[in-house]
Design a protein around this ligand. Structure first.
Ligand code: CA
Length: 416
């Protein structure tokens, strides 16, 4: 476990996601404060631009003004050694008693006074399908239990290319999408607002190092290309999806929005929550083999908040249930020479656990609407209703140490 000999001078509550062991990066602003990179600590944000201007990062090799920026991409581009050096430097700043007056300086803001923005400029976005439980559940519903998993599923991390333009940050509402659907009792498709609007509980990693066209990244090299992770809600219109997906896969049922949490938790912070992944059987091809613990123990929760009501927990899962690791996903993604770029985002696919209370979508939780969820106000949900708010949370705990991702919170508004 990470040992820090001194105590952080920013007050951090025991259940805070933003302990000294975390230090996630985000982009914040306020009236009179342009977009700037910051680090979350307790209820505060460290203004990295202020700390740099005031000489606190002088011994690091960071270009001047790099933190007064709309995105983290430029900082990420300075390389892994810089990420780790800055993290270590921030940990010493926050634990050296002589700096405690900085809490009242203009270098620290209260989080609740700031607006958070999408942290990276996402060039390309890929969505994997890496949870065996999710793939089995969906396959069982659509093809029956015997053909639940397609023959390729255990041999490669299956994925599709998504759309980067509609990735939005927590807090930004979405409108119910409209589209073409084939109702079960109909012979002709209909057009209108989706009736089966769903969530997908996912995590995504952000690429921290480019690769060139033609180059393949091995599972061993893959972790050098990972900067950090966010929570990812991959909104899904099941009725549009079901009608359109054959033969080329997801399109308008998926690309109207995906929501991410604003704080990027670094792989450095997540390192102490590594764990072994599920046993892979059959044995994978050599380019997908890997050594060591490359899964992460990240607890996940989803809450549904009806209009005017309280948030109600509808499921609880864990990132470690994923069959395919991020290293394998990246190795597979680039095995044909496809290049990746800083800021690219790769989502995990819906993370369902082994039990019915740990499924990562309403499709599975309500088993296609057959078992509605009953909310504390007495109402039921098969899929989402207009004005519902969905909140996803993620955190890691081990002994006394807790780090977390905060939340991704999104309200569904009626179709435009
Ligand atoms: Ca998905």
């Amino acid at each position: 476990m990470e040992k820090l000999s001194k105590v952080c001078w920013v007050p951090v509550k025991e259940d805070s996601d933003f302990s000294i062991h975390n230090l996630p990066y985000g982009i914040f602003s306020a009236d009179g404060v342009p977009k700037t990179a910051g680090v979350a600590i307790g209820d505060y944000i460290m203004d990295l631009n202020w700390f740099q201007l005031n000489g606190y990062f002088n011994e690091l090799q960071l270009p001047e003004g790099i933190f007064r920026n709309e995105y983290l991409n430029d900082f990420i581009g300075t390389g892994k050694e810089n990420w780790t050096a800055l993290r270590t430097r921030i940990q010493s700043i926050l634990t050296e008693e002589e700096n405690s007056h900085l809490l009242r300086s203009t270098g620290m803001y209260r989080q609740d006074m700031m607006r958070m923005h999408i942290p990276v400029r996402v060039g390309d976005y890929t969505d994997f399908y890496s949870s065996e439980e999710h793939a089995t559940n969906v396959g069982t519903m659509f093809r029956g239990k015997d053909n639940a998993l397609m023959p390729n599923w255990k041999h490669m991390p299956v994925a599709y290319h998504g759309r980067a333009s509609s990735i939005i940050v927590s807090g930004q509402p979405i409108h119910r999408p409209k589209g073409q659907m084939m109702p079960p009792d109909s012979e002709k498709p209909v057009f209108g607002p989706s009736r089966l609007l769903d969530i997908e509980l996912e995590m995504a990693f952000i690429v921290g190092k480019d690769s060139s066209l033609g180059q393949s990244i091995s599972t061993e090299e893959a972790e050098d290309h990972l900067f950090g992770m966010v929570i990812f809600n991959d909104w899904s219109a099941r009725d549009i999806q079901k009608w359109e997906y054959v033969p080329l896969g997801p399109f308008l049922g998926k690309n109207f929005a995906s929501s991410i949490s604003p704080w990027v938790v670094t792989m450095d912070a997540l390192d102490q929550f590594r764990t072994h992944g599920p046993q892979q059987d059959p044995k994978v091809l050599p380019y997908l083999e890997y050594d060591g613990d490359k899964s992460y123990d990240i607890e996940l929760e989803v809450y549904l908040q009806p209009n005017g009501g309280e948030p109600f927990k509808i499921t609880k899962s864990n990132h470690k249930y994923l069959y395919w690791t991020m290293a394998q996903q990246l190795a597979h993604h680039t095995v044909n020479g496809c290049n990746i770029n800083i800021g690219d985002l790769c989502a995990s696919g819906t993370i369902s656990g082994p039990t019915p209370d740990s499924y990562g979508s309403l499709l599975e939780l309500t088993w296609r609407g057959e078992k509605p969820i009953r909310l504390p106000d007495g109402s039921e949900r098969k899929f989402l209703e207009d004005h519902d708010t969905v909140i996803m949370k993620a955190y890691c705990r081990k002994n006394e140490i807790r780090i977390g991702f905060g939340e991704v919170k999104t309200q569904l508004l009626p179709a435009l």
